[in-house]
Design a binder for this molecule. Structure first.
Ligand code: C2E
Ligand code: MG
Ligand code: MG
Ligand code: MG
Length: 289
């Protein structure tokens, strides 16, 4: 019976919710409550960005930061509100604001005396699928007086595989202009490796679910090992996510990752906090081994 209701809900399209059991009704209600609050947040522009440093393991220096979306004053993380923003289309206006904000932050760090630190921005499948995404991004960078290497784009396997021809066209346009592309959450989606190898990617980010399990089982180590080897063989920079301890830092370095990101290295920080942190000399962590 539940399968049948689910089937009908699917037939009725993605935005059409059908209730077929009480627990689903509760979930849908919670979803709608977030939706209402999110609408106000979009109207009131109640978001800010945090920036998490990414270190090169060899030189032990910060090579970029990842911009992570935060909802002001709300105790809800992006893992929960971004799916709602996606299903309602609100992600498009959030994403436009976010790119502008990252560009503005990049300029203000330069004005404060920081060397150029590329900002990696997560692009939702919904934004990525929009016609003219690459053109808009490049136009925005030009308007803000930034070079294309000021912003890097993080896309997921899911976004790429949804429409491989479109993805290839967008990625080639960005690459040609000098914008670097990261494949995020690598290993968690379905991708056709045959297609992936043909795309102009610069970096592969190994999802934290492959790094975090500790102590490492030999099976999960084998998987991580194979992903790093694949990335390296394709000439990509391999970034490890979720480095929460010294032990994990040793692990990802031993696996041959080039770069790492994680709470053990540095947490996500406000733009002002990152600037201070950088100027205090933390961007060159000689004590990382
Ligand atoms: P992601 O792109 O894979 O981002 C990495 C997430 O891992 C971030 O969570 C970050 O805070 C967290 N993280 C970093 N180091 C560690 C660590 O050592 N251990 C653990 N356990 N976690 C760590 P956050 O900020 O909650 O973001 C979650 C996800 O939400 C992101 O995953 C991304 O998919 C999405 N997201 C965040 N900001 C944006 C955005 O601006 N636009 C879009 N479309 N999605 C975003
Ligand atoms: Mg990311
Ligand atoms: Mg990631
Ligand atoms: Mg992830």
């Amino acid at each position: 019976h539940a399968d049948m209701a689910m089937y009908q809900a699917k037939q009725n399209g993605r935005n059409n919710v059908q209730f077929f059991c009480p627990s689903h009704a509760v979930v849908a209600q919670a979803q709608m409550a977030i939706e209402r609050k999110l609408k106000d947040a979009v109207r009131g522009n109640a978001f800010h960005l945090h920036y998490q440093p990414i270190f090169e393991l060899g030189s032990r220096r910060v090579v970029s930061v990842e911009a992570l979306l935060r909802w002001n004053a709300a105790d809800i993380g992006p893992d929960r509100f971004i799916p709602v923003a996606e299903s309602t289309g609100m992600i498009n206006s959030i994403g436009k604001w976010l790119l502008r904000e990252a560009a503005r932050q990049s300029r203000s760090w330069r004005e404060a005396g920081l060397p150029p630190v590329p900002i990696s921005v997560n692009v939702s499948v919904i934004e990525f699928r929009e016609q003219g995404f690459a053109r808009r991004l490049l136009g925005m960078l030009a308007e803000e007086g930034l070079k294309p290497d000021a912003i890097q784009v993080e896309v997921t396997e899911t976004a790429i595989m949804e429409n491989i021809d479109h993805a290839a066209a967008v990625l080639f346009e960005l690459k040609q202009a000098g914008v670097k592309i990261l494949l995020d959450d690598f290993g968690t989606g379905y991708s056709s490796l045959a297609y992936l190898v043909k795309l102009p990617l610069n970096k592969l980010k190994i999802d934290k679910t492959f790094i975090l399990p500790s102590p490492h089982s030999s099976a999960s180590q084998a998987v991580t090992n194979a992903m790093v080897a694949l990335g390296r063989a394709l000439g990509l920079e391999v970034v490890a996510e979720g480095v929460e301890s010294e032990g994990l830092l040793d692990f990802v370095q031993g696996q041959g990752c080039h770069q790492a990101q994680g709470f053990h290295l540095a947490p996500p920080m406000s733009g002002a906090a990152f600037c201070e942190w950088y100027l205090d000399g933390h961007a060159r962590q000689a004590d990382l081994h």
